[in-house]
Write a protein that binds this ligand. Structure first.
Ligand code: SF4
Ligand code: SF4
Length: 399
């Protein structure tokens, strides 16, 4: 059989073993005849490891081998397949194979392989543990659910039902509340009444989905939608880029779970409130900042301008761009559970982003996601001379 011909009988025979990968056959075949390999330079993990095994093209060679039954998911291969932050930079920047239409969607192919790894029960131990933690504790940090959002005031928790729900996410709930606290104060300043779930707030399920736990992620998504519907929610506002992508994209597009309410990232909501004259920033901030596009907000969800436009409303603030931004952003190492599985590589990616910010003369590296900010702040521990901030925190300072 020729390398690129996958016969119907082969496909049928391997159906159960390649349940998720089959749907990406065209992309996988197209990538395997590409000689450009621009994707390598777009990939932050390849940039560290410098091995074809973790290049986007390498993942697609592997996927073809699986589809054709030439190789299998051994335990070492399974570990390799988690060496991707699912940032999507390879999709936007690298694929220029003529005649194949859309760019090759390598992160989707990697997520499909992970789903098959989970179905076969050959996931690395650290992945199995992460999955167990999310399912048992309701968050990837292994923290007790009772303390989720313990910083939320009783008055904010007083409302049981409402049109607008603010979803804080696991990172703000347990680890790093500052961006969520700023978001709530800005919404209050604009007189937007919000309802919160506090310690009843569930995990959005993005990490579960990304590590390959599709069926459990879908179950969680269905439960989450039902919970919010029962509260009469019409709109969900989120600060965490990962949670935003989960509700906006993953639930309806990947898990088949309809989302019957509007989903907005906090920067989208605040930008609208500013344009309606309900929020204004009067205090000047004489600071040079650079904005980091979180992969889940930018490349994966298409929100690039709202955070930048908001920063533009702060008097005196000077914004400079790093070399790789917007759809060419460089992952800081969070996404798809990467920081839990490969903490050292995640740390290295964060340090590289910090250096990129310093190289353009920024005094603060600003993002729009508590998970990104928590990771960057933990990695530099206040030692690099660079401030780590969320857009909402700067806006609060300028109110
Ligand atoms: S999604 Fe990001 S980390 Fe994964 S292969 Fe593509 S560029 Fe590399
Ligand atoms: S991922 Fe894109 S650029 Fe890279 S080898 Fe495949 S088709 Fe070519």
């Amino acid at each position: 059989m020729g390398l690129l011909t996958l016969g119907a009988s082969d496909t049928l025979a391997r159906f159960l073993k390649t349940l998720y990968l089959e749907t990406h056959q065209a992309d996988i075949l197209a990538c395997n005849v590409c000689s450009f390999k621009y994707c390598r330079e777009a990939c932050p993990v390849y940039d560290i490891v410098r091995s074809e095994g973790v290049a986007p093209s390498g993942f697609n060679h592997y996927a073809l081998g699986i589809l054709k039954g030439m190789i299998d998911y051994t335990s070492s291969a399974a570990e390799q397949i988690y060496k991707c932050t699912t940032c999507g930079a390879c999709r936007m920047d690298g694929c220029v194979t003529p005649g194949f239409g859309d760019p090759i969607d390598t992160p989707r192919i990697i997520e499909a392989m992970r789903a098959e790894i989970i179905e076969r029960g050959v996931a690395p131990k650290v992945v199995q543990e992460l999955s167990r933690q999310i399912l048992e504790k309701g968050n990837p940090y292994g923290a007790s659910a009772e303390v989720r959002g313990s910083w939320i005031s009783a008055s904010l928790m007083a409302k049981e039902r409402g049109d607008v729900l603010y979803f804080m996410g696991c990172t703000a709930g347990y680890l790093y509340p500052a961006p969520a606290q700023a978001a709530l104060r800005l919404l209050e300043a604009a007189e937007v009444p919000v309802v919160l779930l506090g310690n009843r707030e569930p995990c959005c399920g993005l990490v579960l989905f990304s590590i390959g736990e599709r069926r459990k992620a879908a179950e969680l998504a269905r439960q989450n939608v039902q919970t919010l519907q029962a509260m009469g929610v019409q709109e969900v506002v989120l600060s965490d880029a990962g949670c935003y992508r989960a509700l906006k994209k993953i639930y309806p597009e990947e898990l088949g779970v309809a989302v019957p309410f509007r989903v907005h990232h906090i920067t989208e909501s605040l930008e609208r409130l500013v344009s309606e004259g309900r929020l204004a920033f009067k205090k000047g901030l004489e600071q040079t900042v650079t904005y980091h596009d979180p992969c889940n907000l930018g490349i994966q969800s298409g929100v690039y301008e709202a955070p930048r436009n908001l920063l533009g409303h702060i008097p005196g603030l000077k914004r400079v761009e790093m070399k790789k931004t917007r759809d060419k952003t460089r992952s800081v190492g969070v996404g798809g559970g990467f920081e839990f599985i490969f903490p050292e590589m995640a740390r290295e990616l964060a340090l590289r982003r910090v250096e990129a910010a310093k190289a353009v003369g920024a005094e603060a590296l600003v993002s729009a996601c508590p998970t990104v900010e928590a990771h960057l702040a933990a990695v530099i521990s206040g030692q690099s001379g660079l401030l780590i901030k969320d857009v909402t925190e700067l806006l609060m300072d300028a109110l």
